[in-house]
Design a protein around this ligand. Sequence first.
Ligand code: AMP
Length: 536
Amino acid sequence: MIKAVRGTRDLLPPETALWNFVEAAARDVFRAYNFQEIRTPIFEETQLFARSVGEETDIVAKEMYTWYDGGENPAILFERAWRSEHERDYDQLKPGDRFTPRLGIDFVGYKNTEVTLIEVKFSAGERIREAANQLLRSRDNWLAVYPTSENPRLVLAIPASQLPQASRLVPPSIEVQPVEVPSDYEPRQSLTLRPENTAGVVRAYIEHKLWERGLQKLYYIGPQFRRERPQKGRYRQFYQIGAEVIGPPSAGSESPARDTEVLEMLATFLDRLGITDWTLELNSVGCPNDRAVFNEALQKALEPVVAKMCADCQRRAVNNPLRVFDCKVPADQPIIDKLPRISQFLDEGCRKHFTEVREILKAVGIPFALNDRLVRGLDYYTRTAFEFTHGALGAQNAILGGGRYDGLSESLGGPQAPGIGFAIGEDRLVMSLKESADAVARKPDVYIAPLGEGMNREAARLARELRRHDLVAELGDESFRLKKSLETASKMGARYALIIGENEVKANAFALKNLETGEQVSVPRSELVRKIQGNG
Ligand code: AMP
């Protein structure tokens, strides 16, 4: 039997009614704050996430669904070019030996269709992975890296414009040889299922010059994908409802009032769903200036203790020390607790911004708790960072998280466009509402029971009439006995059963049975709608 893939699941009725209820409430609440919907593609270029979410984050480092799409395998392209130049050598190599990716190195997309291949030969004994890593450090420039078996060799496809830089990067012991690309070459792209939606929204903001329309208030609802270890409340395909406020600074996008409007909207949304026991955890993660000073202090504080920490933290300590705060390894927690906090390093501007956020929250009566360990697992955050948690959810208790990302647009090649956003984990939100599933599902108003041959036609006509009046009608079948129809109707929770037999059709009046009270009356066709709607 073929089953749903691990970490994915089917959402079935009646629970889907709850999902619709949540999404309708979100649309409704967001509308009052003048947000509009945006839908971005489910997959994007891998580069988008690597550059926004950050290479050192768990999401990009381990959790993305990435593949190489379309075009021609650069290795085959290389093979073709190389074969024409080295016909004899080529013939001596065993089939299957060559052009097979052996290293777990990613393909990297590129921006330029003008491509040149270079062949890099290694002198004996050179450590291929190390060299490959060195070459990959400037990831933007490289399309692919292929080790080949006999003489270790890397094959790189890079934009021609990057060639001078490439030659500089390659160690002197390595021979660099440009190979022209055939004109029919179609590039292969590295694509990734979106692990979150902010990067896509900001990409769209830049691509469509949305800043020309002033401050953008956008929301989205849709699936996201992360290869995490599945457990209750954690899936590999999960759903987020999120929103972003982004725009030029002149449109007020930087103001603490944007932060508090978003936070207040979230509180309103949760209240609307009847979720009252939430906690808002708040922090400021500062801006790049603060981050530089903080990173230095953090690195210094980590130096004497990092050897005792997990392998991930040891790597983070070097590459991106702030990410140490994402660590979930229990043994590391007492060490992390003693590390300096970003809150001690905020500059004047960030401090003022954060104070104002707190003051406005107090003014509108939104309770919050400061949590100076909260750095959120994505690199793009600046200043305000927050999470709403909900006690009933246990270990996976964060229902939503978000924050400011003032430099994100620029880091993706866009104009200055400060912004703030959040993503609600819809799966977890629905989980905390589970008991209400029955209450929000709309049951059929009427079950139509045709009795005897030829009655399906009459039943279909009647059903059409009733449904036009926004009544939920379910149809039986003329082959069913009355007892079976009534049982089916009761089981699905219909309010009425409408019985259609030959006599009823002749009289143009139908037996309407109230399934709660058992009372049955004959109702003329013209009065059916009113009666079932409960106004008669
Ligand atoms: P993030 O994009 O990591 O800030 O996540 C925002 C929210 O999405 C979290 O607070 C969770 O509620 C939800 N979320 C994140 N990852 C998952 C997952 N694997 N399964 C279910 N919900 C998730």
